[in-house]
Design a protein around this ligand. Structure first.
Ligand code: FAD
Length: 417
């Protein structure tokens, strides 16, 4: 049985490593001519780092990321609302990492080439079509601007890990609609900046109507001038500007700086940090309604191709990694490919659909929404008059339960395959 994987993003590369761990042959076909370190920061929660650690990647990831210590909430006046420990600092058996997306992709890519061989990753192959029969699946590819046809690939099963613009999803669901715009646009960037708070704090400030910031360091090793690489996002309610979901669209400071111009706190000069950015990108917060089905015979979907979700709650990459582990388990179970893909869908579709919906209505930053609404966006005198610790715990634990990363749930899972 050889598995054809479409897309060398976080999900596709992790799937290849999980299959290799279980002695299932596979090959990845990637549209890009080379794997470039694209994207800014993401967070990996312990439910995902558990799997990456089992794959032997923890030491490398620890070297090139920041082990997140706490998640803190402030209003736009810089008043402290709440903080909670994260990852190992909170008693999980596995860490939470804040990391540059492209760096994570490179680590996974190196591991694939090292373990599966150079031939396992085929670049410059954009998937365009697949046909299946009782014996297997044949995938068709093109390359370059002239879309020259490439040799097809034969496999026992094909997995679409080709992200938010998935061609495999379009093949399986030809009537699939456009993205659903949340009403929020995100400007994302990275800045070399001095450490703030613990030096490993993920910080959420303000709320969407007037501007919300998400800030966390993703790299420590810039010791020569005592700087971190700090990732930040400004999320702002506004009409749809470019609702096409292009992760690499450049952003303009002037389009959003007014939202954080007054955020100059004694613990961080947010506006100053944003203005000093090395890179600014713009991305609409978009998703799609959950699909009723991913698996059609020998073809299935994984990661963003299966369940594009709002990138809040640190679950986009994490759920793709959980999908990969689940699918590899099924494909190595001894069942035929069609049965394995059906079992994978049963294990993962309902869970990830719940995360897509929770990211719309009750993500972890709902704590900020509650404070914003209850104070009518004014400063408060005492936070306990606004929201109780029990209410905060309910919001926080509720999201962890849906997304599958409550401490007891993660720690109880054995680290073995
Ligand atoms: C360039 C880029 C930058 C990103 N930056 C961020 C970020 O800063 N923050 C964040 O939270 N998330 C970001 N993401 C999304 C994040 O990587 C995913 O949400 C998450 O990791 C799930 O991974 P995935 O493997 O499902 O999809 P992705 O990581 O998006 O990987 C999809 C892969 O499929 C390839 N592909 C697409 N179409 C085809 C095709 N027809 N044939 C073959 N290959 C194809 C793509 O080139 C890509 O390598 C980014 C994604 C991309 C592609």
């Amino acid at each position: 049985m050889t598995i054809t994987i479409i897309g060398a993003g976080i999900g596709g590369l992790t799937l290849a490593l999980c299959l290799h761990e279980r002695n299932v042959p596979c090959r990845i076909y990637e549209a890009a001519p080379q794997v470039e370190a694209l994207g800014v920061g993401i967070n990996l929660l312990p439910h995902a780092t558990r799997i990456l650690s089992r794959l032997g990647l923890e030491k490398r990831l620890a070297e090139i990321s920041v082990e997140t210590q706490e998640l803190c909430f402030y209003n736009k006046y810089g008043q402290f609302i709440h903080s909670e420990l994260r990852g190992r600092f909170a008693g999980y058996d596995w860490p939470q990492y804040s990391i540059r997306r492209g760096t994570l992709q490179e680590v996974l890519c190196d591991a694939v080439r090292e373990r599966l061989g150079e031939d396992a990753l085929v670049l410059d192959h954009r998937f365009v079509h697949a046909e299946q029969d009782s014996k297997g699946v044949t995938a068709q590819f093109v390359s370059g601007e002239d879309e020259a046809p490439r040799h097809g690939a034969q496999g026992s099963a094909l997995v679409g890990c080709d992200g938010v613009h998935s061609a495999v999803r379009a093949l399986l669901h030809p009537g699939d609609g456009p993205f659903r715009y949340s009403g929020v646009t995100m400007w994302r960037g990275v800045t070399r900046w001095r450490p703030y708070l613990t030096g490993a704090s993920m910080t959420l400030v303000g709320w969407l109507a007037t501007g919300k910031m998400v800030i966390y360091p993703i790299r420590h090793d810039m010791a020569e001038d005592d700087c971190h690489m700090v990732n930040w996002l400004c999320e702002l309610e506004c009409p749809a500007r470019y609702p096409d979901g292009d992760w690499s669209r450049p952003g303009e400071l002037g389009d959003f700086i007014s939202a954080c111009e007054d955020m100059r706190f004694d613990w961080l000069d947010v506006a100053g940090m944003v203005k000093a950015a090395d890179l600014i990108l713009e991305y609409p917060m978009v998703d799609k309604d959950p699909l009723p089905r991913w698996s059609f015979g020998r073809i299935t979907l994984l990661g963003d191709a299966a369940h594009p979700m709002y990138p809040r709650g640190s679950n986009g990459a994490g759920q793709a990694i959980l999908d990969a582990d689940s699918l590899a388990t099924q494909l190595s179970s001894g069942a035929g490919p069609e049965e394995a893909l059906t079992a994978y869908e049963s294990a993962r579709l309902e869970t990830t659909s719940a995360v897509v919906l929770a990211n719309r209505t009750s993500p972890p930053d709902a704590i900020l929404r509650e404070v914003f609404e209850r104070t009518c966006d004014q400063p408060f005198t005492d936070i306990s008059d606004v929201i109780t610790p029990e209410e905060i715990a309910t919001l926080s634990e509720g999201y962890k339960r849906v997304a599958g990363f409550r401490k007891t749930d993660v720690n109880e899972k054995a680290a073995s395959t």
